[in-house]
Design a protein around this ligand. Sequence first.
Ligand code: FAD
Ligand code: DHB
Length: 391
Amino acid sequence: VHTTVGIIGGGPAGLLLARMLHNAGIDSVVLESRGRDYVEQRQRAGILEQGTVDALRACGAGDRLDREGIVHAGIELRYDRRSHRIDFPSLTGGRSVTVYAQTEVVKDLIALQLREGGPLLFEAPVHAVEGAGTDRPVIRYTHEGREHTLGCDWVAGCDGFHGVAKHAVPDGVRTVFERAYPYSWLGVLADAPPSSDELIYAHSERGFALFSMRSPAVSRLYLQVPNGTDPADWPDERIWDELEARSAVDRDWTLHRGPITAKSVLPMRSHVTEPMRHGRVLLAGDAAHIVPPTGAKGLNLAAADVIVLAQAFDHLKRTGSTELLDAYSATCLRRVWRAEHFSGFMTTTLHTDPGQSPFDSRLQISQLDRIATSPHAAAELAENYAGLPVV
Ligand code: FAD
Ligand code: DHB
């Protein structure tokens, strides 16, 4: 079997790429190691930048997003018992974000792909990519108990942080940049209406808290917790009390409580693999980079990579030139490092390090005050959060 682009991984990056290639008349095969239900239920990101929304719409995956997505024109920063709203449109020339869960993006893209796209195989784990440096790379995978090979003109490694594609870049060529953080997030879903119309990012000496949502009836909430935390140590009452304590503010505000339906602990890290291309293997999304989640960049960065990649394949098809594919890694890495900086900045400004000194806490408050009082500082946050232009 042979295809033009062999796509490893059916997460947001692989599925969006397959969709954009299909629309450009380029054939592809998507190989996903997990089952459809697992991929569709995996609870992850919730915020789409304007550019991600535009790309989903342009490729025909915007119908339900337009009906059910909730446009958010700002966020609230809460610290020192004060609250400050950052207004995105006025600070960014009209940009906003949309609350629409990754689970829903993935469901929409899978439905489209199965209806009118190329092959998308579930429970088809890839073991190896061979011949990255040749004109005919080969993907080896298992499906329905048998070993298979897929010959490709190009391979797109969209297989996430624990995938195999990045190992197609030889050790001597690959450089890894990494940073670990001394805290994790406890993430919960609750059958409780959101306590605020917009997201709240709360700095507190007890640790960071984030108030997000999935729908008008479901809240998505996060608490900073120590690395290695067992969710079983956090009964529901303890979670609500801690959320309440970390969001204390000198004005009217009621935290809406309700039954907690899911709990999990998410470690965080910053990670970049360079380059994002070796020969005919191109890495996209979490396969090449991870950001800590505080700026809501992970999914959006994955989308930006494959937007660039799909344009490069389209350019090759129309002109025969690989110039955009040759520029792929450098083009993406500029945006990746911007997002790494912003995500690291949001993380370290809003979380309380276990060894944090009172001096460090004063610096955090000073930084937050600066954002609250200077339109320039606020615009810097707003532009990064709402999303910089894709290229
Ligand atoms: P993934 O979504 O990881 O998709 C990769 C796919 O490849 C998966 O379906 C995987 O099963 C498949 N795969 C892996 N190995 C193989 C193989 N060998 N063969 C075939 N298929 C394979 N971002 C935010 O902005 N906000 C959040 O709140 C947030 N929460 C997160 C919580 C968790 C637990 C994680 C892990 C990430 C979170 N992120 C969040 C980040 C965001 O979800 C990711 O950046 C996004 O999923 C990246 O998409 P992707 O397609 O590159 O990778
Ligand atoms: C969500 C996750 C984030 O990391 C973030 O910064 C905002 C919202 C969410 O899951 O809703």
